[in-house]
Design a binder for this molecule. Structure first.
Ligand code: ZN
Length: 222
């Protein structure tokens, strides 16, 4: 009887150790912290410029794990508004657990904050300070409240005044036809879409005048 009980106890302890180590590994890959000095330095004059709207203390630096079609775990870095840090950690944790493929999650600074360059490289990124062209209005990326996912395969599409179609990035044109099937495609109703919607984001693929299939943005309550 005693042996039987101790076997159960040992099994229970082993089970607890295994599950807690596993849990530890997963949560260790998903962290949020204030912007470290080295990252802040790298952002200057690239994704960050001096401005009256958003400062270092409004932002958070996230490390997340992600899967790709190579079936490997990759490490990604994101700078976002502190208001959505926990939401993004939770979303990326779910995407990783489900092996949802994401090719690259690098800081915009690695592309000198050039949006066309990072989109054409299929990079996923969030914060980049910029004013909407010709206005003083900040884009949601400028406040770290918007994120673009698998950007090459989920392009931004708008129509110019002459009726011509503009696709960004330019090499994303083959993926502008959303009736086709291809890898990394975000659909209404897929896991990526469902997770962002669940956390209160709006999807650019649902917009009527422009379509921004890579884009999810969050509007904080005033
Ligand atoms: Zn965007």
């Amino acid at each position: 009887m005693k042996t039987y009980h101790s076997r159960i106890t040992i099994t229970a302890i082993l089970f607890w150790l295994c599950t807690s180590v596993q849990g530890q590994n997963v949560s260790d890959g998903f962290t949020a912290e204030p912007i470290p000095d080295a990252v802040w330095q790298k952002m200057q004059g690239k994704s960050y410029v001096d401005n009256p709207h958003i400062g270092r203390s409004d932002l958070r630096y996230l490390r997340v794990l992600h899967w790709d079609y190579d079936r490997q775990t990759h490490q990604g870095e994101i700078v976002c508004n502190r208001l959505i840090a926990d939401k993004l950690l939770s979303i990326f944790r779910e995407l990783y657990k489900a092996h949802y493929p994401i090719q690259r999650i690098r800081l915009a600074d690695e592309y000198d904050a050039d949006d066309e360059r990072q989109m054409s490289d299929n990079n996923t990124s969030c914060f980049c300070y910029r004013v909407v062209s010709g206005t003083q209005k900040l884009s949601y990326h400028a406040r770290g409240l918007a994120i673009d996912i698998n950007t090459l395969y989920n392009p931004y599409i708008r129509h110019a005044k002459d009726g011509s179609r503009i696709v960004e990035p330019a090499n994303g044109k083959p993926y502008a036809d959303r009736s086709k099937q291809f890898r990394y495609k975000i659909n209404k109703g897929d896991l990526c879409y469902r997770l962002f919607i669940k956390h209160g984001f709006i999807w650019g693929g649902s917009w009527r005048t422009v379509k921004d299939y890579q884009h999810f943005e969050y509007h904080p309550k005033q």
